[in-house]
Design a protein around this ligand. Sequence first.
Ligand SMILES: [Zn+2]
Length: 511
Amino acid sequence: MAAAAFMLAATAATAQIRFSADFESGSMEKAELVSQETKNGKEVITYDFYSRFDPANPARPTLAPSARWYYFKMTGVKDKEVILNVKNSDARRPFYSYDNKNWTRFSAAESPDEKTIIKTYDQDEVYIAYYIPYTYSRLLGKIQEWVKHDWVDLSSIGESEHGRNMPLLTITNKNGKADKKVVYIHGRVHTSETPGSWHLERMIDVLTSDTPYANALRENVIYHILPFTNPDGVVEGNSRSNANGVNMEVNWDDPEEVTAREVKNMRAFLKSLLAQDNVDVFLNMHSQSMHQATYWVHTAETSSDYFYKNLMILANLTINDNPYFAKRDLCFSKMGSRYCEGWFWNNSGEKTLAVTFETPYTYYSQNKDGEWVSLENLRTFADHNVLALGDYLGEGAPYRIIIEEPAAAAGFQTMKDNSKFYNGTSYLKAVKDGAAVKYVFNGRKEGVEIPAGKYEVYKWAAGDNLKESKAGENEWVKVGELQHKGGKKIRYTLKASSGELVDNILLKRVN
Ligand SMILES: [Zn+2]
């Protein structure tokens, strides 16, 4: 296969350093020796390194194949300075590992520009990867952990082009509420985008965990999660395509004969899901080369005002209090039938909030001097995504109790215009100072025991309909605290000054 070809090229150039990628998710094209010299008693060896292009895309021949992903091993490097000129991809501080388990980012000095990696290695064998690999074996191992819980079911939506299983996790408490909300999440369409898999893994870890909050979510929500839409691409070390070169992100409106088998499986599964139930939210999890996280928010012109407003609320909930996501980071796109979101739009309309979410590979919010993307901060980020989704659905009680404002209240005008991002179908505007609105959460009705104790109270500060929300708008703003002595109902009265807007509130339990 390709492996033999590049090894020959490297071997012919020098017998001293051997390149290989004949392991799971491994990928490279070839390494060509440029020079080999001795400087101050140290061997300095320079290669032109070529990453491997995906196969040509038979479904869309005009789409150029990607060669972003590389993951390979060099043997014979101890105490040598190795310079790699990265040819078909980039080197934005990629990662190395001496044991193929613990990964370190190359420092800024070792990866001084986007095309160069320079390092003297301490050990003879080193692995190098575009980002920390996330393999199919890793996923299968994690699935074995997740399915130990009663609230996790494992099934399959079918097989990939090369016959690999496409496992689906269904996470919910089996004896929970009868009419549950439904969330569908899928990941790893583009196989180089491993930060997205580490991020999604953490979301699944949280949703399957034995904590009161996760339990509350599972009482009220069914999560269907397909972690790998493209197992062949992952195992075979592709960058963006499936085994046949199809970029499945843009294959959703193709006729059956040029649609990837994996997309056909997903379409069939989602059709059967929509036939049974509404899907409230679909998240399409990716990673992108821009130096920021984002949601690709579909503009109101190509969706609807209601859909757009809800997307902006979900996005701003994820940004809320999140050190890795800023209001200016949101991106905007047109709804298109070739995307999975477009498929949902055509089949479910405004009823499914469908959106792509991206983590970066490099750093956050364009801040090169800030934290670079690590497994640790991806986990923190994922915790925010779980909370945001829970708050959006309003299903985290009693640990995060979301209470909608009443449809009308004395001293308030009921508003439904699209100039603000508000939750649900309306919000209230105070028309006099001291107007009071009463919020009540009935635990008996909701089937929730409300623990006695202290709760922080936040209001959703519905703000202007802007692509970049102003500070203090479209976020949770703390308005007070309350002490709940026990009992089935929890109440809060919010007093507003004239002109103040009133929308949902959040009662957050303080342990
Ligand atoms: Zn992608």
